[in-house]
Design a protein around this ligand. Structure first.
Ligand code: BTN
Length: 274
């Protein structure tokens, strides 16, 4: 394991980070950076800090899936100490995703968000986020924000990696995987600062503007609608119009997921999770 420091830009407020650096722990191989982050907390390492592995043997994905984690990908977990009602757990996801996307866009990478926590580039999955929390009587005390981004690793058909995209577009502004880790970490810290300073409405506005399927058509079983954004709990809001009247319906990410519906051109499908 190698210990490194990430220096934060001068203009960072000292609200979350008492000094202007964040400690990081870099490993060759881990089963999961999220699991290692919890172990370090148990060993009394104080947040904020981050954990990176060059590869993972049991990377954890959303909905209990395995996150394939060969060499060449970014596997990063950022640990923050927070004080937040469990009811607002989704706020952590919303500021993290919009923070990362905003920071990547500063490097001319036009990443977008697929509800709820997927990073999309060129209509393909670039990466995803998996959040784990520790609570004490309904209050979230610590959060581990795990991020997996395809950098130069092999990817499945529906994926894209950053290096391929950058070569195709002649954009060499992100210099290395270490540089990417820095950008993502700053994105999350920035997202958290914005949430604390400006509130959830600001974060939601930002998230909605970065959504790649905003205003697009959606089908829910036999019904058709249009995605109009998310609400303050991260629920997907859909406008449904039938026989001249329209209504707004919210869908929670816990119960529904969004996929591209190949049979209906340019239309997304909202399906109930089993
Ligand atoms: C997804 O399924 O879209 C989320 C994937 C999150 C993977 C990352 S890789 C770093 C961190 N450690 C893990 O075990 N999982 C997350």
């Amino acid at each position: 394991m190698k210990q490194i420091n990430l220096n934060l830009p001068e203009n960072f407020s000292l609200l979350i980070v008492k000094q202007n650096t964040i400690n990081g722990y870099v490993y060759e191989t881990l089963n999961s950076t999220n699991s290692q982050a919890w172990q370090l907390i148990q060993q009394n390492i104080k947040p904020p800090f981050f954990v990176i592995a060059k590869q993972q043997t049991a990377g954890k994905g959303q909905r209990g899936n395995i996150w394939s984690s060969p060499l060449g990908g970014l596997y990063l977990s950022i640990v923050l100490e927070v004080r937040l009602s469990i009811k607002n757990m989704s706020h952590l996801i919303l500021f993290s995703v919009s923070g990362i996307v905003t920071e990547l866009r500063k490097f001319d990478i036009p990443v977008q968000i697929k509800w709820l926590n997927d990073l999309i580039l060129d209509r393909k999955k670039l990466g995803g986020i998996l959040l784990e929390i520790k609570t004490d009587k309904e209050i979230i005390k610590e959060v581990v924000i795990g991020i997996g981004i395809n950098y130069e690793n092999q990817i499945p058909d529906n994926g894209i990696n950053l290096i391929n995209y950058c070569q195709k577009t002649n954009n060499f502004r992100i210099k290395s995987i270490e540089n990417l880790a820095e950008i993502v970490t700053l994105g999350i810290i920035n997202g958290y600062q914005e949430y604390l300073n400006l509130g959830i409405d600001y974060v939601i506005d930002k998230y909605n503007n970065l959504m790649y399927n905003l205003h697009e058509k959606i089908s829910i079983e036999q019904v058709q609608g249009k995605i109009i954004g998310i609400d303050s709990q991260g629920n997907l809001q859909v406008k449904i119009t039938s026989s001249g009247a329209s209504s707004k319906i919210s869908f929670s990410a816990q119960n529904y997921s969004l996929s591209y519906d190949k049979s209906l051109e340019n239309c997304y499908q909202l399906t109930e999770k089993k």
